[in-house]
Design a protein around this ligand. Structure first.
Ligand code: MN
Length: 149
């Protein structure tokens, strides 16, 4: 995990986004940012080992059970991004307004190469969420609420 890809995609003289640094994580926090880029999407970010593991969710994370949403894994983001809101200038990577849609803490039940189970405690998202990775398209995951075992 590193921030190389994150930094390579951005010009920090032009974007208000944090350059960030790798930090030991203090806890397990998460954020969902509504991102009005060329295609509206919601970015789910889970704090993990000094970075934010990140997915773009085109239709947004489901609040109800029985709804499965595509979540496309994107580059790790710096922990400083947890509080980021602002407008990325047009023409820059991810150009458009970003605001925080939900935030909170989470517990990890399972974190494997192809399956993640977490319990989210946010203002909007509350409960157990499962993520399953597509075997043939490894950046693509399915995100859905799952019942407790
Ligand atoms: Mn985004």
């Amino acid at each position: 995990m590193s921030l190389e890809e994150y930094r390579a995609k951005r010009d920090f003289t032009k974007t208000p986004e944090p350059r960030g640094e790798m930090k030991p994580s203090l806890g397990e926090r998460f954020v969902v940012q509504e991102h009005h880029a060329s295609n509206l999407h919601w970015d789910l970010r889970l704090e993990r080992e000094g970075v934010l593991k990140s997915w773009a969710v085109p239709k947004g994370p489901p609040e109800e059970r029985g709804v499965r949403r595509l979540a496309v894994q994107t580059e790790d983001h710096p922990v400083a991004y947890l509080g980021f809101e602002g407008a990325i200038p047009e023409g820059e990577y991810g150009g458009g307004a970003i605001h925080i849609w939900d935030r909170g803490e989470y517990d990890t039940e399972k974190w494997r190469e192809d399956e993640i189970i977490v319990s989210l405690r946010g203002e909007r998202l509350e409960g157990r969420y499962c993520m399953i990775r597509f075997k043939r398209q490894p950046r693509n995951w399915l995100l859905f609420r799952c019942v407790s075992e």
